[in-house]
Design a protein around this ligand. Structure first.
Ligand SMILES: [Mg+2]
Length: 378
């Protein structure tokens, strides 16, 4: 293919990947290689049209995946130019892991044993950096051996519009507004909150050993289905897996009225909440592995409900054909200690009160789901 052909092919790829002066969507590492080796436009389009279904697609923002708080503070205080200069200056400095890093690492480990072109799980990176300043992020991804190949860099513009085209089942972001927009478009989404100052240092010091394990795993010498590698996900019930209709009763009429309401409707399934589809996708993914403790994924419902309000929940999940490995009916107890006992890597809840409780425990990534009556404007 001559220079004209290569240019035409390049134009074709760039338009197919929504490239513009201010945004870049990198849709798989292979297109770059194809350009380099001068394949035809037809070949490239075939690759770009690759819609091999994944069992689970998770989109994560760069600020949830890595600790970019220092750069973010500089951006807020000194503006985009100072931020860009800082990131370029530190391009070869590996970023410390962010709050969502351990979860992403465990998600990607679920692809062990699958062909690279047919992963069970895909993680997409969404970043408001420019592609230029985002180089540090890709360098860090490479450093930790994370198999993330699709990414968007939007130069300050919102990233959430790209969530749907990627077929995202779960969106994790450090930006609450992006999370609200994703939820309003029907995608399960959570605002990943930092734990407490100093935790990032602790996480960073943990990583060389963890990264070494990942590299070993790539060589097939470490079994990522070992107990410590098991991904444990905990969900609140009302306004997360389920709709918030019962929670409204509780808030408006009190706990006694709520109990009575749920008891009377025990055989009437609850409506689905923002995480229903994600839970179903996770359930399908779990089915690809052995059941029980040997499974690399374990799930728990951690709800403030207690008897007799438990029955409606159990019957609803039965109706949906979805199983959670554990169900904790806590009757209003603080959730944090129970999340730690379960060993949750990540926990999703609509109530900031419960999220604050989860944040007391360093091993749990707390994902706030700004949905339902608890998050209605005052
Ligand atoms: Mg709730």
């Amino acid at each position: 293919m001559g220079a004209d052909g290569a240019n035409r092919a390049r134009e074709c790829v760039l338009s197919a990947t929504a490239f513009s002066a201010s945004s870049l969507v990198v849709s798989g590492r292979r297109y770059e290689k194809r350009l380099r080796f001068g394949r035809t436009k037809h070949h490239i389009l075939q690759i770009m049209a690759d819609n091999t279904p994944r069992l689970l697609t998770v989109a994560v923002t760069s600020r949830a995946l890595f600790d970019l708080e220092e750069g973010h503070a500089l951006f807020e205080q000194a503006g985009v130019d100072a931020y860009a200069a800082h990131q370029r200056e530190h391009e070869d400095d590996v970023l410390a892991p962010g709050v969502a890093f351990p979860v992403v690492r465990k998600l990607l480990a679920l692809n062990q044993g699958t062909p690279p072109e047919m992963p069970r799980v895909e993680v997409i990176l969404l970043s408001r950096n420019s592609a230029d300043t985002g180089l540090r992020i890709f360098n860090s991804i490479q450093h930790y051996g994370l198999d993330i190949v699709r990414a968007t860099f939007t130069s300050g513009e919102a990233t959430w519009p790209y969530i749907k085209p990627f077929g995202t089942d779960l969106f994790l972001s450090a930006n609450p507004e992006s999370v609200r927009r994703a939820l309003s478009h029907g995608v399960a989404a959570a605002h990943i909150l930092p734990r407490s100052p100093g935790d990032q240092v602790a996480a960073a010091s943990m990583v060389p050993e963890e990264a070494a394990r990942i590299h070993k795993s790539a060589q097939g010498t470490v079994d990522f289905c070992a107990e410590r590698a098991q991904l444990r996900i905990a969900f609140d019930g009302d306004a997360v897996i389920f709709g918030d209709e019962s929670e409204r009763i509780s808030r408006e009429q009190g706990v006694t009225a709520f109990g009575l309401h749920e008891q009377q409707r025990a055989r009437e399934p609850l409506s689905g909440g923002p995480f229903r589809n994600f839970l179903s996708a996770l359930h399908t993914l779990q089915a690809a592995f052995p059941a029980g403790q040997a499974s690399p994924i374990r799930t728990a419902l951690v709800t403030a409900r207690s008897a007799p309000a438990h029955e409606r929940v159990i019957r609803t999940l039965r109706e949906w054909g979805v199983r959670l490995d554990e169900a904790l009916f806590l009757g209003g107890r603080h959730k944090g200690p129970f999340l730690e006992a379960f060993g949750a890597d990540i926990f999703f809840d609509d109530s900031l009160h419960n999220i604050d409780s989860a944040r007391q425990h360093q091993s749990v990534a707390a994902g706030h789901v700004p949905h339902g009556v608890a998050n209605d404007p005052p």
